[in-house]
Design a protein around this ligand. Sequence first.
Ligand code: SF4
Ligand code: SF4
Length: 166
Amino acid sequence: MADPGPAAALEYVRRLHAVVDELVAPLTARHGPRLACRAGCAGCCVDELTVFEVEAARIRAEFPDVLASAPGPAGRCAFLDEASRCRVYAARPYVCRTQGLPLRWAEAGVERRDICPENEAVGPVEALDAAACWTLGPFEQRLAAVQSARDGGVGRRVALRALFGG
Ligand code: SF4
Ligand code: SF4
């Protein structure tokens, strides 16, 4: 893939996020009240999250005011406010859009599954049909491909906390 440039990469990321949201919606509806995910629940918003630069660029473009403010305290995501709500929710990265769903992925040819411990009311994830889970891999690969096109194959990532102050 040729370097799309910053504007087209940003548009690509916005479209990818929109597609992810469309695909997540029926899964969220399917698992319904068994999911404990809600505004203010932030156990998954850990401080160590890193994202590809192309996703960081969306936060930079849409939330410069947040990035010019003080980061939240260390120990959890710097974007959480005092009520544990995400301050960049509309531009949050891909990984934050699928958290809480039953997840499935392949590891050395073996399928693995997991779910947030808060969402165990969904039942044993191993018993779910594949269509009831979010499949990790395809969207990560698309983001990696556009990042690689932007930086010549480096695949640069940045810590969310590092976006503050410049
Ligand atoms: S960006 Fe928002 S949703 Fe993602 S980990 Fe940080 S606070 Fe949570
Ligand atoms: S994934 Fe878990 S910790 Fe995160 S919002 Fe959902 S229930 Fe809360």
